[in-house]
Ligand binder design. Sequence first.
Ligand code: AHR
Length: 652
Amino acid sequence: ITVQVNKPGAPIAKTMYGLFFEDINFAADGGLYPELVKNKSFETDEKLVGWKGINGAAALSTYTISSQQPISATNNHFLRLTATTASPDAGFTNEGFRGMGVKQDAEYTFSVYLRRGPGSVSGLNVTLEEPGRGNAGRTLGQAKITGLTNEWKKYTAVIKASGTAPRARLKLTMDGAGTLDIDVVSLFPKDTWQNRENGLRPDLVQLLKDMKPGFLRFPGGCIVEGRTLEERYQWKETIGDVASRKPLINRWNTEFKHKFTPDYYQSFGLGFFEYFQLSEDIGAEPLPILNVGMACQFNSAELAPITTASGPNAGNAAPGADLSLDTFIQDALDLVEFANGPTSSPWGAKRAAMGHPAPFNLKYIGVGNEQWGPQYLERYEPFAKALKAKYPDILIVSSAGPSPDGDNFVKASKRLGELKADFVDEHYYAKPDWFRNNVGRYDNYARTGPKIFAGEYAAQSVNTGSSENKNTWDCAISEAAFMTGLERNADVVRMASYAPLFAHVDAWQWTPDLIWFDNLKSYGTPNYYVQKMYATNAGTTMLPVQLPNNAKNGDANLFASAVADDKAGDIIVKLVNYSNDARPVKLNLAGAKKMGKTGKAIVLASNDLQAVNSLQEPMKLAPKEEQFKVSSATVSYTLAPNSFTVLRIPGK
Ligand code: AHR
């Protein structure tokens, strides 16, 4: 294999390997966002999602959609608990998100808004417990709220857990008889990322940070689009006071209707401010994707009318709210101001009020998720024009619809090229062999058109949409092979991210996923380690690679790409051996000088292509490091069977 160190190519974009985040599979509520109480503001529906009356308490109580002075205009539902006689059963339990993960000796901040009504209610008993049979439970911690008044007031207490439990629940009962109004019930771990109030789950953020991601795309995915336009993701509803953020039914609620289907709402405790903050924390460029005036084309396919000088046309949005395209464009303009504007600007002031006066330095915006066809292009065009007119430096990521058939992509990228789009976002979910057979996908892609954002991809062990898909080594090694093609075309491929990112083992709608977790633990899949090996060895400059006898990448199941890391003074070669046999390779580092003596090999390998990681065996497949000797610009190394290997060779 020849690596032409003497013919360096384009710089590798700092954004090259990044993250795709979507609130699917309990990725936000129940995952990265560690609030333990489900439906804490009673804003879902009359079924009181997440809450259950204790014995007869449900019959004793009423759920009120109140016009009677709710705590805020957006949070205008609360639980009214009425008991005619005092009873230890006068109360409710909250199930959490497939239970509440509680750790021994850890502290949890309980908070609640209470208002006492008629009667003699003197307090609220708060119990964190592990459910047993019936209503019995092992108590893990308790608090008592007293000093109730006739006005809404926030109360807090800290509960220290006396034991560890993966599926605890929270029990609230009232002392005395009468009426008590309850709202915004929260149980939040004190142990959060950077110990922030309203902070994120630390083990999950750490897994992200360890990848050294170049960007963080958020908040999706299909949830950007919504099943209807009314149900789209609206970033303005996700900032400001957490207690006033109104939840929304999740686009992934009841999706696939299999046994893990949850009652799934977005609480927006993790909202746009927190996404920007997370991007900053993990050193990733923020990449928000916004609705382009189209609901999901696989659902209602509602369209926002395009407003022109001669009036609105071309739309079938539900009547009511102003759902003309102008609304969507204004949201995008305001978002740039929220992220980057001075604190004296209306939206910049909101960012500052949330604790971040410095700008977030937003550089990219995605316009539409996975949308295609003339309806997309006719909305994209005025959208992009308005954005560029006000913010010419913002780079726009445009959508191309689902691949891998390529048709949508080819059609869209032609027109998007004419419109001088900065990036086209391509998505592909396909079987592992598709990934190995498409390593050359961008070899002949136009060098002058929009750059590529491989925004969502993952090899599917069974079929796209199958709940039997697993994160097998076969999938991961095939992605590793495909990524040599992304890297060899890094002059046009500027961003890439695996999707989806997270999944709760007890509550998912889509598989495979990069990182799996339960309420206490988490692990990276083999696919995670592939992504991490690329991102942490991204290098700075492309180097051309030739396989023996000028074979094409993938011939004899050997795949390779190379980069220079100009800062570290290393040549980095990535090699995939998709075969059951070990394979000796000789690397000719053409033109390399100043060779060091010892190289480092990072190896991910398994003889079993069906091997997977799990909560029980989280590191069954994980990279191992070894050193090897380097004596000249010709380096010999033997690739393990079915392996992905990163060789870091000191030299220039
Ligand atoms: O990653 C899961 C879904 O796949 C995304 O929401 C959507 O963009 C794609 O269809």
